[in-house]
Write a protein that binds this ligand. Sequence first.
Ligand code: GTP
Ligand code: MG
Length: 842
Amino acid sequence: MAHRDTAPYASQNHHEVQMLVQSLEAHKGKKSKAGGFSVKKSTFPVAGTNRTVDSWKMNDWDYKKLNLPTYARGLFTYKTLDGKTEIAVRGYDKFFNHGEVRKTEWRNVEKLTRGPYELSVKENGCIIFIAGLDDDTLLVCSKHSTGTRGDVELSHAVAGERWVEKHLATVGKTKADLARKLREMNATLVAELCDDSFEEHVLAYTPEQAGLYVHGLNLNLPEFATYPGHLVDKFADEWGMKKVMYVMEDDIHKVREFLDKVAETGNYNGRDTEGFVIRCQAKETEDAPFVDWFFKYKFEEPYLMYRQWRECTRAIIAGKPPKYKKHSAITKEYLDFARRQFIEQPGLAKQYNLNHGIIKLRDDFLKARGTTGADIIRQEMENGEGDAKDVSRNIVIVPVATIGCGKTTIGLALVKLFGWGHFQNDNVKTKKGRPQVFADTISSLLITNPVVTADRNNHQKRERDQIINDVSRTVPDARFVAMNYVHDRANYDNIRKATRDRVLARGDNHQTIQAGSKGQDEIIEIMEGFMHRFQPVDPQDEHFDLIIDIDPTVESRENLEVVIEQLHNNYPGLFKDQDMPTDADMDAAIDWAMNDYKPDFKIDLSRSGNNRNQPPNQGQSQWPPNGNKKQKQNNQEPFAKKQPKMEYFSVRLNTQRINSILDATFRDQKPEVSRMFRTLQQSRRIQNEFHVTLMHRASAPQNQAYWDKLIHLHDGCMHQTESKGSKSWEPEIGKCHVHLERIVWDDRIMCFVVRLDGSATIHVEAEGGTGTEHIQFETVNPVAHVTVGTANQTIKPKESNDLLQRWLNAGSGPETGIQEVVVKGHVNLEGSCRGVLQRQGY
Ligand code: GTP
Ligand code: MG
């Protein structure tokens, strides 16, 4: 190994690389489990050429296995112009947390490693690799993608390349120069892309701080060899890129002291950090040679709890409600203590905000209580609230999705692979208290299954809160994992396409959504309803232990792997006695879920309910397939859904139009005018859909005649859509113009004041034949309005009425705390009048 002051160099041995590729090729989607590992190969075109590179990826969990041909996380190979197989890009060897594997146990670290130790803050942007091909093409890629194939990592690689260009321009060099230089060094440049305008991470980067932070230069060899930090810095300087901070230590005991000390606060150099990466050299055994080797030191409990205390303390000083999910009993106790201290010692809060006395307040609390942080964590562990990594049961997977995302497919695949529990809301057979029955079934499945998938769309916060609260009541230490099918509104068209295609192809193979025998319009309308009402998960405000983001538009096979990988990373205890699946196992599980599974029974959604069908049990795949659990749904009456009750009538407006009107109205306002709107935006308290309420069922008794007319109109429209071969439960009953006049708000709620103009004709049957009657759409509220948003979830939209009452009586201004602006340009939108039914949930 080269001396640490000089750059390491070794050229590629093409024969050796050829062997490596062959060995990887042989493990593609490999079936055998014993000692085996599976490899995924993806071929990418190289932009601007007619050449390709191959990416080689192993499952995250396979890196702990012995005797792999390489441990590189991020590996690309290609054929040179003279026909040789060459490594194009080589990432770091996969590295582990201290104590995570045998080699990273401290006593082994002390025994088998040598300095100098380079300690750098664990970056939290996204990793970018940069390397040169033999034709001076510069390859810029993320861990497993070159960004040329329209996949998820696309934007990372593309954004990385843009930054490379920017940096090179500052030193007057070209991409070909860099490509040539890197290939000459036989090295891959490794950098972190930190750019909030592109993707936000935990730490904030200002525009001046944004860019590529170079942290490594790896030789393109199967075994790991990397440059020492000072030479990496030098290279970054020469090529106009940013450098990372690191600390040097020679003595491993000092390394540990340093890390333990930073862990006290989790804060280094004024920034919260996730942990450190330690670069050094290690040998496999006492008499083996030293080779480059990394490990990491992640900040864990009790420090994460201390960090939570600090954030909560800051919140209460600022007069905001503290938000916390973990360590709740002790955190509450700590906060009570802190509040008392702030009252008893004036000035303490101010000091705290200036970062003085944070540790003292915490230590005073622990002293007063007579415990240490470690005691608390131990105690929690004994009560089953332990560290996630020791969890081996009581995990509930909560999909957050819309129809056709693939929830059931993944849920079933997990059943097949691990024998876990899975229950579909569509299989709840009672009519009353469905949410409760669903939650109870999940709770009881947790008795015999370490993990259960609560298969329902859970597309609204209300549903998620319900399942979390109801299951927690019977299983207090249950942990909830969101299987989060990300629904960005900007991506709706792609999601629509993916889910509709799947649902229409599924035909009748579903309990309730039977696209085979129902009109497409109806199915699409139901699907749209879910999309429309979808509320993204708010990690701050919802009690998930873990949120796994997946993409509704990609194959379930891909999503399955992300789900397993994240569960494995966060709850290794779940998989202790299990062989991890190979690619072939996962292929087979998805295949089974998609092709062999049939629902146990079906429900007819039509109102008459006279053609419910229950297929005979024959021809069904066994559920669960591994046969170690009883089939629960036998011999029960299918539940027939009755028509849900009408909740309210409203004029629905186009969400995007309203959002852009809001944006335009507040864009150029003074900060004191736009403040409330920004607050609502930032706290994601703007409504997902906008409407003018005509009448809610609660006011029907006072306005019976109008209510009856609206119902009559609704029923008529429903029959009409039915006779056209489709049936909609929330058909349009008419159109209505909505003139947006002004926006009025206080610090609790914001709404538009509007004027309505629209009518419909009702056909009535009277004794002397049929007649028609005109109905003007109007609201029974004193002022017609559209609620924009409320400051928090305890404030209900109907409070707009109170605001507008006060506004009518006292007007706006500093005395009343009410503000208003006029909506410019006579905005008149056409809205769609509909009856909205009580939600039953699928
Ligand atoms: P609902 O229960 O209706 O809300 O849908 P869901 O989210 O449970 O989706 P499901 O798993 O039933 O998937 C919808 C349809 O798409 C089924 O027919 C699946 O077999 C099929 N499907 C699921 N994943 C994939 C995939 O990756 N590729 C393809 N081609 N079809 C898929
Ligand atoms: Mg389903």
